[in-house]
Design a binder for this molecule. Structure first.
Ligand SMILES: Cc1cc2nc3c(=O)[nH]c(=O)nc-3n(C[C@H](O)[C@H](O)[C@H](O)COP(=O)(O)O)c2cc1C
Length: 197
């Protein structure tokens, strides 16, 4: 049996990303967004939905550029704080000891401490109601070398201790329970398959 709720935003978990913006130091700002995600693989496209009342809204609209910085356990407090304080009143980089570092392709700023920073160029702004959806193209990705496997060149995002946002609360990620396609994978020959049916 299911209870019926009024229509609402109940797709969880979602990221709690730090969106950085601004083209020079005076303009640099960072805020938290959960209404953000991937919308196309090729070309790589993503979105962030922003209320027009946010300080960051005008900055991103003016410059047409922003960065999605993924967040991890070490950034959890800063992630919450940047989501409840405005750049109108605070230099959030300074207050949260976040390091503003240069982007490589767009003219903006990344959060150096983030495991992954995704440089985006706005292509469309879609007014939806409370939020405007900024549809953007990913033009560069900056990955923390600490999570690079020097031998294979693989990026081990699973070691970055990413966090998620679930209905008002932040969570660490739990155990890995399978990899892409595992549900249809044939048992490997010669392996102990005792536990398989
Ligand atoms: C977990 C979390 C998720 C949030 N997601 C969004 C979002 O997707 N879009 C948005 O406009 N504001 C979102 N906010 C609120 C903004 O981060 C907040 O209003 C912030 O103070 C805006 O900063 P600014 O005024 O410096 O731009 C979120 C806040 C939190 C804590």
């Amino acid at each position: 049996m299911k209870e019926q709720f009024k229509p609402g935003t109940m797709i969880y978990p979602v990221p709690a990303a730090l969106i950085s913006c601004g083209k020079d130091e005076e303009e640099y700002n960072v805020f938290t967004a959960s209404w953000t995600g991937t919308i196309c693989t090729d070309p790589p496209m993503c979105y962030v939905s922003i209320r027009p009342s946010r300080h960051s809204y005008e900055i991103i609209k003016r410059n047409g550029e922003f960065v999605i910085n993924l967040t991890n356990e070490a950034l959890a407090r800063a992630t919450d704080w940047c989501g409840v304080r405005s750049g109108r009143d605070f230099n959030k980089f300074k207050e949260m000891n976040l390091t503003p570092a240069p982007t490589q392709v767009i003219h903006s700023v990344i959060v150096e401490e983030a495991p992954l920073s995704i440089e985006c160029k706005v292509e469309q702004i879609v007014p939806l109601g409370s939020h405007d959806m900024f549809i953007a193209r990913v033009v560069n990705v900056l990955a923390d070398r600490r999570f690079m496997d020097n031998e294979t060149g693989a990026f081990k995002l699973s070691e970055a201790k990413l966090i998620a946002y679930n209905h008002g609360h932040y969570y660490k990620l739990g155990e890995m329970i399978g990899k892409f396609g595992w549900s249809v994978q044939k048992p490997l020959k010669g392996k102990n398959t005792k536990h398989r049916k």
